[in-house]
Ligand binder design. Structure first.
Ligand code: NAP
Length: 246
C-alpha cells in the first residue's frame, strides 16, 4: 500500500491554513497542524478532521522563534517519521500609514512573514535533501507583487517571500525539491476583518470574477502545487485573485 503523504501547515488554526488542512486531509494526507495563539480553534479543527477519518497531529509553535520552529519540526519527524510537504502559511498583516510604522512594527511583520518562512524551510530542508524529495509552498500576497497602499511593511515582506521562493527553488531543485508560492488576492478571513462591508463591496466590484475569495480557493492552489501533477513546476507564483490583479 502506498504510504500516506505527510504535510506540515503553519498557521493552520484559522483562515487559509485551516482550509489547507481540510483539503490535504480530504486528499488522504497525514496533516500536521501548527498554531500559535488559537489553541481552541486548532483543537476543534483536529477533532473535526479526525471525526472524518483523518490522521492529524497538533504542533504548537511561534514561527517567530527559531528554537520553537526547530523543536516543532523535530516533533513532526518523530510523529510522522517522514515529511513530504511544508506549507509556510502563518502570517500577520497590519494597515498603517508608512510614516506611522515603528522599527518594532516593521520587525514584527518581517519576523513572522519572512523570517518565519525562512526558519521553517531551513528546519525541514536537511530532511528533504536527504530524501531527495519534498514540496515547499510559501504564502505571499498580491500586495507582494503589486504593492499595497498603507501596507508597505506587509507588501515588502510578501515581496521578500517571493524572492526567497525563487532563489530557494534554484538552489534545491537539483535535490528533487520544488518551492512554489501562492499569492492570493482578497480572501474572506479574519485578516480582513477590519474591512467594512462597503470596502468589501468596492473590492468585489473591482474583481472581474465579481466575488471575494474564499480560503478554499487558496487551499486548492496550495494542494495542487503539492500534487504529482505539479512535479515540473518550481519557483513559480500562483495568484488566486479572481482577476483583480492580471
Ligand atoms: P488569518 O485568518 O489572520 O490567520 C493567520 C494564521 O497565522 C493563524 O492560524 C495564526 O495562528 C497564524 N499565525 C500568526 N502568527 C503566528 C506565529 N507567530 N506562529 C504561528 N502561527 C501564526 O490569516 P489568513 O487570511 O488565513 O492568512 C494566511 C496567509 O495568507 C498569511 O500568510 C497571509 O499573509 C496570506 N494572505 C492572506 C490574504 C487574505 O486576504 N486573507 C491575502 C493574501 C495573502 P494563531 O491564531 O494560532 O496564532
Amino acid at each position: 500500500m502506498e504510504r500516506k503523504k505527510a504535510v506540515l501547515i503553519t498557521g493552520a488554526s484559522r483562515g487559509i491554513g485551516a482550509a489547507c488542512a481540510r483539503r490535504f486531509a480530504e486528499a488522504g494526507c497525514r496533516v500536521g497542524l501548527n498554531y500559535h495563539r488559537s489553541e481552541e480553534a486548532a483543537r476543534a479543527l483536529a477533532e473535526e478532521l479526525r471525526a472524518a477519518g483523518g490522521e492529524v497531529e497538533l504542533f504548537p509553535a511561534d514561527v517567530g522563534d527559531t528554537g520553537q520552529v526547530a523543536h516543532m519540526v523535530d516533533n513532526v519527524l518523530d510523529k510522522f517519521c517522514q515529511l513530504d510537504i511544508l506549507v509556510c502559511n502563518a502570517g500577520i498583516a497590519r494597515q498603517q500609514l508608512f510614516t506611522d510604522i515603528t522599527d518594532r512594527d516593521w520587525r514584527e511583520i518581517f519576523n513572522i512573514n519572512v523570517d518565519g518562512t525562512f526558519r521553517c524551510c531551513r528546519a525541514v530542508l536537511p530532511h528533504f535533501i536527504h530524501r531527495k524529495a519534498g514540496r515547499i509552498i510559501t504564502l505571499s500576497s498580491m500586495w507582494g507583487v503589486t504593492g499595497g497602499s498603507c501596507e508597505v511593511a506587509y507588501s515588502a515582506a510578501k515581496a521578500a517571500v517571493i524572492g526567497l521562493t525563487k532563489a530557494l527553488a534554484k538552489e534545491v531543485g537539483p535535490s528533487g525539491i520544488t518551492v512554489n508560492c501562492v499569492a492570493p488576492g482578497v480572501i474572506d478571513t479574519d485578516m480582513n476583518a477590519a474591512l467594512t462591508p462597503e470596502d468589501l463591496e468596492v473590492l468585489r466590484q473591482e474583481t472581474p470574477l465579481e466575488r471575494i475569495g474564499r480560503p478554499e480557493d487558496v487551499a486548492e492552489c496550495v494542494c495542487f502545487l503539492a500534487s504529482e501533477g505539479a512535479g515540473f513546476l518550481t519557483g513559480q507564483v500562483l495568484s488566486p485573485n479572481g482577476g483583480i490583479l492580471i
